[in-house]
Design a protein around this ligand. Structure first.
Ligand SMILES: Nc1ncnc2c1ncn2[C@@H]1O[C@H](COP(=O)(O)OP(=O)(O)OP(=O)(O)O)[C@@H](O)[C@H]1O
Ligand SMILES: [Mg+2]
Length: 463
């Protein structure tokens, strides 16, 4: 028995209820008559008009659900939304989640469940909400189902799906790229974090030429379409040459840090044959710098090539033509946005085939320390700037100009004491000693670096 019956209800409520019941019964009757008498199309039309007038108008909004997983695979839109939404967190959000994994440099900040994030795109207001629900299908373990709900006025449906979603994916990619932890890889090690601190700011080289390299890199990365148009693989080769300790490896690290490209350090001596070279090459990722250090002394490719005719076995071995194919041929067909860097202490010893225009697009001469290079090092190591120049700076610059001393040697002297007086006095003694030991006057090395543009396009650009 129900504790409350119609009799107990106030008269107005029970009469309202019976009126609704009669209306519902009437609608059912009309519907069953129409079902029998009218054709399907006409029935649907009448019902659509009926619905329009009698039912509550539907919400003007619509919601897109973005699940964390597509089956067992992660949903890229969800992952992008997670990254994107982080940038939209505001003071209105009262609950946030913070986390960090061992390799991460920065904190992960995310909204807590049911927190709303507002975003605007081309005048459209969008509301994101992070929803955490119990997954009824979930087996053992963590059976929470995570999803984002994106709500907006349904008249913008096409624009949100076509343009806004692309915008979220692209922004998330760009943010990930900015936060990327660079990797250093080689055929001996698995990828490890590249934590080389060298940047263009810390490099001792002529500021004008430093800017030229940065502009060259910038032009390279934004020219995807240009490379496609002219039918050339999107790659650029740099040859860094100069004496030991002049910053060739430091420049590579600075390039990687600037572009946020991973580095693959290729040791040619341990590569047995051309196919191994190809396999390694294919395993490197896009947006990476492939480095072959000391190209002149690591492997005698020329001799190997001349052996080819005589010795059948050597046909399979790594040859100069294999290496050139690897630079030109293969690269044309696989991988995008690659930079290849060769370093050498002796450019003269290199096979001219390697230096042929189009192979190494930019030749950079890293040479002995210059006064401007010294100023960068003094600022980095001792905090001495032009505004607070030390009394010994003038003398040091004079000595540097007339002595062949590498930036590595200067850096080592500057590291010997935190006290600027002690470090700079030590440097003066070192430079004087070096000068008296070798009375050689610097020849070509007055510039720290030279760029020889070798591709046609770059030549046009300069004229
Ligand atoms: N141009 C430079 N600017 C700043 N620091 C430099 C520069 N050149 C050398 N150094 C310092 O000297 C160290 C050695 O330099 P680096 O390894 O870059 O020289 P390298 O030209 O690659 O030498 P090698 O030919 O022997 O490989 C660096 O770690 C850095 O501290
Ligand atoms: Mg080096």
């Amino acid at each position: 028995m129900y504790p409350l019956s119609f009799k107990d209800m106030p008269t107005s409520a029970s009469s309202l209820f019976s009126a609704y019941a009669s209306l519902a019964a009437f609608i059912m009757l009309v519907r069953s008559i129409m079902d029998q008498l009218l054709p399907h199309e006409l029935r649907s039309y009448i019902f659509s008009i009926f619905n329009k007038f009698f039912y509550t108008p539907r919400s003007l909004d619509m919601t897109i659900i973005i699940d964390e997983k597509c089956g067992y695979i992660s949903n890229q839109v969800y992952e992008a939304a997670e990254v994107y939404i982080r940038t939209k967190i505001s003071d209105l959000n009262e609950r946030l989640r913070v986390s960090k994994t061992p390799g991460q440099k920065t904190l992960n900040i995310a909204v807590d469940k049911d927190q709303e994030i507002i975003d605007f795109f081309d005048g459209i207001k969008l509301r994101w909400c992070f929803v955490c629900a119990e997954d009824k299908k979930g087996g053992s373990g963590n059976n929470e189902k995570h999803q984002f709900e994106l709500t907006f006025n349904k008249k913008h449906r096409a624009k949100v799906i076509d343009s806004y979603m692309q915008h979220v994916l692209a922004r998330a990619d760009a943010i990930r790229q900015e936060e990327k932890v660079l990797k250093l890889d080689s055929q001996y090690s698995g990828p490890i974090d590249l934590e080389h601190p060298s940047t263009f700011d810390t490099l001792a080289m002529d500021p004008e030429l430093k800017r030229t390299i940065i502009e060259d890199l910038d032009r390279f990365v934004r020219r995807k379409e240009f490379y496609r148009k002219i039918g050339k693989a999107w790659k650029r080769g740099y040859l860094l040459y100069g004496p030991p300790g002049t910053g060739k490896s430091s420049l590579i690290a600075a390039m990687a840090n600037y572009l946020k490209f991973d580095v693959y350090d290729l040791e040619l001596t341990s590569i047995y044959d051309n196919s191994e070279l190809r396999r390694i090459m294919l395993s490197t990722s896009n947006r990476s710098i492939l480095v072959i250090e000391d190209i002149d002394c690591t492997v005698d490719l020329q001799n190997r090539e001349s052996e080819e005719g005589n010795n059948e076995q050597s046909n399979t071995r790594l040859t100069l033509s294999g290496l050139l194919n690897f630079i030109d041929g293969l690269w044309s067909s696989c991988g995008d946005e690659r930079i290849i860097v060769f370093t050498t202490n002796n450019k003269d010893k290199l096979d001219p085939a390697l230096l042929r225009p189009g192979r190494m697009d930019v030749h950079i001469h890293m040479s002995y320390c210059t006064p401007s290079g010294f100023r960068v090092l003094a600022s980095n190591y001792l905090g001495i700037h032009e505004s607070n120049a030390h009394r010994l700076c003038g003398e040091i610059e004079g000595l540097i100009e007339s002595t062949e001393v590498t930036p590595a040697e200067v850096a080592e002297e500057l590291m010997k004491s935190d006290d600027a007086d002690v470090a700079l006095e030590g440097l003066v003694c070192f430079l004087k000693r070096k000068k008296s030991e070798s009375s050689k006057i610097k020849g070509e090395g007055t510039n720290n670096i030279e760029i020889e543009e070798t591709d046609e396009d770059a030549k046009k650009k300069q004229t």
